[in-house]
Design a protein around this ligand. Structure first.
Ligand SMILES: [Zn+2]
Length: 302
């Protein structure tokens, strides 16, 4: 089977590798669509601190179950699914407190372990979510959607709360959609400011734009240091929240998509075939594509 591999920073190739075999409690999945995310671009560029090489990127995907490693009451061959890509150890301090999304030993597909940019992958069944009635192209956007949704839950966004989103990439737009589905008004600065770029200047803008008593949620995972006058936080009595990955929201979002409460289809602005995936990753890494979300389309099963 074909596997998209970043062999070292800046070098991507489509390799021919052996297909994986599902173990007990796992499914073998044929990937349908996989989205290119900022973290995949970081892996490609070599700016992702957790990545080692060679690495198969990809953690946003939809797939079809082609084989089960043992009987299952919940899943069948032919089911179209997506999966939660953050693997936690279940035993560390964070996990024991229920903060599995902030596991000390978290391994995200495509970063710490190989991901979904390959024709076949195996996943534990308890990470899979079926999605009847959802277009497989939209299903590949559930994971980035969950990032925005988790962030608005972090900030207690509810009916009537006014939210400012900084950043108009895929995560910023999906955060806006998340806030809207919670009944919020997405507006100029007020109760909640969602920072979805990870840039120091954007954090400073968030602090500046916040109203008194606002909650700032940091989604963009910036690694650069930010210098600011701490009295700004005190004068406005701001609350700054970090938001990492997501936890337990996939079913909620799949339900919103299946009932057509939200439409994420305008965000997937380009679909490339597997043969064009390396070029798409390079182009995204150059930052010149102007696309919101690029999906890689994998060949249908024979
Ligand atoms: Zn843990």
């Amino acid at each position: 089977m074909k596997s998209i591999q970043v062999t070292r920073p800046g070098a991507v190739t489509v390799a021919e590798v052996d297909a994986p075999r599902p173990r007990a409690g796992e499914a073998l999945l044929r990937v349908c669509y996989a989205g290119i995310c900022g973290s995949d671009i970081q892996t490609f560029r070599g700016t992702q601190p957790f990545a080692s090489y060679p690495r198969v990127p990809g953690h946003e995907f939809s797939a079809e179950i082609v084989e089960l490693g043992g009987a299952s009451e919940d899943f069948a061959v032919g089911d179209v699914v997506t999966g939660v890509p953050y693997f936690q150890d279940g035993t560390c301090y964070s996990c024991r407190r229920g903060l599995i999304n902030a596991c000390v030993h978290n391994e995200t597909m495509g970063v710490h372990r190989d991901g979904a940019f390959q024709e076949l992958i195996t996943m534990p069944l308890d990470r899979l979510h079926t999605a009847d009635g959802v277009d497989p192209r939209d299903l590949a956007l559930v994971e980035p959607f969950s990032i925005g949704y988790h962030a608005v839950l972090r900030a207690d966004v509810a009916e009537g709360v006014r939210v400012l989103v900084l950043g108009a990439g895929a995560i910023g737009l999906l955060t806006k959609l998340s806030a809207l589905t919670r009944g919020a008004e997405v507006w100029i600065a007020d109760d909640v400011v969602c920072e979805a770029t990870g840039l120091p200047v954007s954090f400073l803008n968030a602090v500046e734009a916040s109203a008194v008593g606002a909650r700032i949620v940091l989604i963009g995972n910036g690694t650069r240091e930010v210098t600011f006058n701490q009295s700004t936080l005190i004068k406005k009595e701001l609350t700054v929240l970090g938001s990492r990955n997501s936890a337990g929201v996939f079913d909620t979002l799949i339900d919103l998509l299946a009932r057509k409460v939200v439409d994420v289809s305008p965000l997937r602005t380009r679909i490339v075939p597997l043969t064009g995936a390396a070029e798409a990753l390079e182009s995204a890494a150059q930052g010149a594509s102007g696309e919101i979300k690029v999906l890689i389309e994998f060949p249908a099963g024979s």
